[in-house]
Write a protein that binds this ligand. Structure first.
Ligand code: SAH
Length: 214
């Protein structure tokens, strides 16, 4: 597990690419400049870590494209101390970005293998989530609700109702919605039953699936 000056240099180039694609939030860009993404990937893919691309991780899943991570994080408007629910821990890269921004992260992963790998890996890098769970994110995490922010990192065929109900008033849910292609969608909770919806164009994610996989 090494993070060398050459990796830092490659990260700065990646930040430039992500900035050129339209990300302006300096805190999000600094998080990308800080986090050693190559360590979140299987060693065979390390050379690709600082390209702006998604790559395979364990259990046939992917580490999201840096631009996508930045785009979703920017939409969340993370403030220090925000209580954030993440659905789809995966490699933990997005989790690390949220922690770097000062969020208290509660993250759920439905693949047991990935959950086990990431649960051990993140603290070794110094990224300590508030809670990680192996389970089905369609249900949210009622025990710890409500959340300031909720982020879904898999393609959701529909918006799971529990995620909306577990959002604080004033809270934000960022979720890619669709089957083959997903529309990045932001919900802002305005009142008990009132949600504002904004759509931000097409993205491609691995599917959000039901029930957890041992
Ligand atoms: N943020 C991760 C993205 C991983 S891809 C990263 O950048 O590494 C999406 C992840 O969502 C996968 O790990 C997949 O197993 C998980 N997932 C899919 N359906 C889920 C569900 N219902 N509940 C929780 N996690 C789910």
């Amino acid at each position: 597990m090494k993070d060398l000056p050459k990796h830092k240099g490659l990260r700065n180039q990646l930040v430039k690419i992500v900035r050129d694609k339209g990300i302006t939030d300096e805190k999000v860009l600094s998080a990308i400049a800080e986090i050693p993404r190559h360590l979140f990937m299987d060693s065979g893919f390390i050379d690709f870590a600082y390209q702006d691309k998604a790559f395979p991780i364990a259990a046939s899943q992917t580490i999201s494209q840096p631009y996508t991570v930045a785009f979703q994080t920017e939409l969340l408007h993370i403030k220090k101390g925000d209580k954030v629910l993440e659905i789809g821990t995966g490699s933990g890269y997005q989790t690390a970005v949220l922690i770097e921004l000062g969020a208290q992260v509660y993250s759920i992963e439905r693949q047991k293998e990935l959950y086990e790998i990431t649960r051990k890996f993140l603290p070794r890098l110094g990224y300590v989530a508030k809670k990680l769970n192996f389970g089905d994110g369609y249900k949210g995490w009622p025990e710890f609700a409500p959340f300031d922010k909720i982020i879904v990192t898999a393609g959701a065929p529909f918006v799971p109702a529990p995620l909306l109900t577990q959002l604080k008033i004033g809270g934000r849910l960022v979720i890619p919605v669709g089957d083959d292609v997903q529309v990045m969608t932001l919900f802002v909770r305005k009142g008990e039953k009132e949600f504002e919806k904004h759509e931000f164009g097409d993205f491609r994610f691995v599917p959000m699936l039901k029930e957890s996989q041992k």
